[in-house]
Design a protein around this ligand. Structure first.
Ligand SMILES: *[C@@H]1O[C@H](CO)[C@@H](O)[C@H](O)[C@H]1NC(C)=O
Ligand SMILES: *[C@@H]1O[C@H](CO)[C@@H](O)[C@H](O)[C@H]1NC(C)=O
Length: 260
């Protein structure tokens, strides 16, 4: 009969080994589940996920889908593609400030529409963004401290989004369709400049000039045509005038000849 004790010992060892392997695996898995430099926490009952200063060059995948606050600030993210935050149905606050974001594809914030209430895009490299990127977004947006081009597109964007309280003064023209706006706050500039109507006005004027050009061409052609015809008509008339006398003379001569 084999002794019971060694068998128990062996199974105990096996069990412990298995347990530690499982523990290690779960540790590794949870470590791998979070992007490098990111860590979760709970703040005031809200699930928070911080990836600040993590040298990220894109929005990380594998952000827990129950995250309420997401900090991606102070990284090197250059671009927000379509559906960048699609799998975060409980997100309330999104901080993307102090990155290198120069482009926002339309649909980048798709899926955040109803619940997101704060979006920080300040201190990035935004020059020009389509208002379509922010359609359906209810969040208060901070667009301060970006090298904005002040034009109709920015005016439309500002009309579309709700600016975070007190952040509007930080939207400054780095360049503009009109040189004198550079360095001024955009909201101050649009108090007496309507970039979209200005554009419309210029297109209207261009259209008017073109139409006038065509009109002038048609008129001058008509005048030329009439003059030319007058000349022709006069010549023709002279010809006709000269014609009957010749004819008469020839007729006369012919009657004379018949008489003779
Ligand atoms: C998060 O993902 C899990 C697994 O796919 C799913 O069961 C859960 O409902 C999701 N949670 C939310 C808040 O969408
Ligand atoms: C908006 O961003 C600027 C620049 O980062 C910051 O100074 C300001 O406090 C922000 N405002 C709000 C309301 O978040």
């Amino acid at each position: 009969m084999p002794p019971v004790e060694p068998f128990l010992l062996r199974s105990m060892t096996m069990w412990l080994l298995l347990q530690s392997v499982l523990l290690l695996a779960s540790c590794l898995r949870s470590a791998a589940a979070f992007p490098k430099g990111c860590y979760p926490s709970e703040e005031e009952g809200l699930k928070t996920f911080r990836c600040s200063n993590a040298r990220l060059t894109e929005v990380p995948k594998d952000i827990p889908n129950d995250t309420n606050k997401l900090y991606l600030d102070s990284n090197r993210i250059p671009f927000l593609p379509r559906d960048a935050f699609r799998d975060l149905p409980l997100l309330l606050e999104l901080d993307l400030s102090h990155n290198a974001i120069a482009g926002v594809e339309s649909g980048a914030f798709r899926g955040l529409g109803e619940h997101l209430h704060s979006l920080d895009l300040s201190s990035n490299r935004l020059v020009s963004v389509s208002k379509d990127a922010f359609s359906n977004l209810k969040a208060k947006v901070n667009l301060s401290n970006n090298p904005w081009l002040c034009d109709c597109r920015l005016q439309e964007l500002i009309r579309t989004v709700e600016l975070a309280a007190g952040s509007s003064g930080g939207i400054v023209c780095d360049s503009s369709v009109q040189e004198e706006h550079v360095g001024k706050a955009f909201l101050q500039v649009i108090a007496d400049t309507d970039f979209c109507n200005m554009y419309k006005k210029t297109t209207d004027i261009a259209m008017l000039v073109t139409m006038f050009g065509w009109f002038a061409m048609v008129i001058s052609y008509l005048v030329y045509y009439v003059r030319q015809n007058q000349e022709d008509a006069r010549r023709h008339l002279e010809y006709l005038k000269s014609l009957p006398s010749k004819q008469r003379r020839s007729e006369e001569s012919s009657t004379i000849s018949t008489v003779v």
